[in-house]
Write a protein that binds this ligand. Structure first.
Ligand code: SAH
Ligand code: SF4
Length: 438
């Protein structure tokens, strides 16, 4: 059933937004819309936005500038929807500055966007829907498959209130999806040929606490038993809810990938306290020790913020020390960005931008060296790699991913979603190179 209409989604920010965009797309398709080739052809354009740092917002503002007088330019009745975190944060104001915006849809209205867009077609002034805490999971289950892989949203919102972060204000309180619903979803995905499952939440380790369901580790144990699923990954873990016991239990689950993303944010206990992270460096290092002991060869990634208000040279040096002692495989590094709502903005001792810039540059250089050394250690090793797609540089080769989440280009041809036995033969940039073992 088609309605000759089409939609086009631009997604900014984190994996949660990418996952929400899958539901948005499916909710349009359910109503007979087709995906447009470009924004120029679309009847409805959706900007699914991010507000976590200022530069994410600047990118959205740039796009809104582009959409100014878009309808006149192309002589179309396009409906423009501002969705996601920035819509939740200041959609009302933005709709005033950008009269092109027809719908402002907050983070709890993912599934309602087609309805709003149709409502808008005949009315004056924008439709604005910003009420929170009534998030509904989509229920598209198996339809969310993206070829061989799928994102499975297990918990939405966040109740942690890290002092620098706007997410709890924009996405509401933690809400877990029922475990029976998750298991049904993953069975359906496996039936469609999905082999890799990525569990998603702001803090997956809080899973089940809000609705007295099974715990995160129990959920992993159940998913591990589902036939057809080969690899299970999850983001993001919060160190305060992660411990040796969980690591031990994960180590017995064959399908859970040896790949952890464990944001540390800072190597200084004083700063961690101000960040309201609720763990110490010692606790963090205990988890790292447990991973190294029970899951040898695991890769560990992290997020780090520099220039948090009042961060001294000594605090910063402690972050560098931590990076040198953990030896992360990779790290996402950020300069603290002052936001609306978050509490850290009230700490008076701001770090001058030129100091933050210097700190992040040194940190990035250090991490690059560590990542390079870690990748060098991989040369000569044998691994299983999952094919993702053709290499962009050379379509006669395949881009693949290892269990530890590393990208490797292999000189072979195969469809996406195949497991290959490979030997790592070298490195080019951040990517490994490998040969198939036949
Ligand atoms: N829930 C996840 C991801 C949150 S946002 C987690 O807890 O890890 C992703 C990362 O953005 C955070 O880990 C943090 O490092 C960074 N971040 C969040 N707010 C920020 C801010 N105001 N300034 C700079 N970085 C920020
Ligand atoms: Fe933000 Fe902290 Fe929640 Fe992550 S855990 S989303 S950093 S408040």
């Amino acid at each position: 059933m088609g309605n000759n209409k089409s939609y086009y989604i631009e997604t900014f920010g984190c994996e949660m937004n990418k996952s929400d965009s899958i539901d948005i797309a499916l909710s349009f398709e359910e109503r007979g819309y087709k995906k447009a080739k470009s924004e120029i052809d679309a009847d409805v354009i959706i900007l699914n936005t991010c507000a976590v740092r200022e530069n994410a917002e600047e990118r959205v503002l740039g796009r809104l500038g582009y959409y100014r007088s878009f309808k006149e330019r192309y002589n179309r009745e396009t409906v423009i929807v501002l969705a996601g975190c920035m819509a939740q944060e200041r959609g009302q104001d933005l709709a005033r500055y950008f009269p092109e915006i027809d719908v402002v849809s907050g983070t709890c209205h993912i599934m309602d966007i087609p309805g709003f867009a149709e409502e808008r077609s005949g009315s004056k002034g924008p439709v604005i829907a910003l009420d929170k805490n009534d998030y509904r999971f989509s229920g598209y289950r198996g339809k969310r498959a993206e070829g061989y892989k799928a994102w499975v949203n297990i918990i939405t919102g966040c109740s942690n209130y890290c002092s620098y972060c706007v997410v709890p204000y924009l996405r509401g309180a933690e809400k877990s999806k029922s475990s029976s619903e998750i298991i049904t979803e993953i069975y359906e995905l496996a039936d469609r040929g999905v082999v890799e499952i990525n569990l998603l939440g702001q803090n997956v380790n809080s899973y089940g606490k809000d609705n007295n369901d099974i715990s995160f580790i129990e959920l992993l144990e159940k998913i591990n038993d589902i036939e057809g699923i080969k690899w299970i990954r999850f983001i993001t873990s919060h160190p305060k809810d992660f411990n040796e016991e969980i690591v031990k239990r994960i180590s017995t689950l064959k399908k859970v990938c040896k790949h952890f993303h464990l944001p540390v944010q800072s190597g200084s206990d004083r700063i961690l306290k101000l960040m309201n992270r609720k763990y110490t460096v010692e606790h963090y290092m205990d988890i790292i020790g447990a991973i190294r002991t029970y899951i040898p060869g695991a890769s560990i990634g992290t997020d780090i913020i520099v220039g948090f208000p009042s961060e001294s040279e000594e605090d910063y040096d402690q972050t560098l020390d931590l990076v040198m002692s953990v030896l992360f495989d990779d790290a996402f590094t950020y300069i603290y960005s002052e936001r609306q709502f978050e509490k850290a903005r009230d700490i008076p001792e701001k770090i001058p931008p030129e100091i933050s810039k210097k700190r992040i540059e040194t940190l990035i250089m250090l991490q690059r060296r560590i990542s390079y050394e870690k990748n060098t250690e991989e040369i000569g090793t044998e691994k299983t790699a999952l094919t993702i797609g053709e290499s962009k540089k050379d379509p006669s080769e395949m881009l693949c991913k290892t269990e530890t989440g590393k990208m490797v280009v292999v000189n072979t041809k195969a469809p996406a979603g195949r497991f290959l036995d490979i030997r790592v033969t070298g490195i080019s940039g951040n990517t490994l190179r490998g040969k198939e073992i036949t």
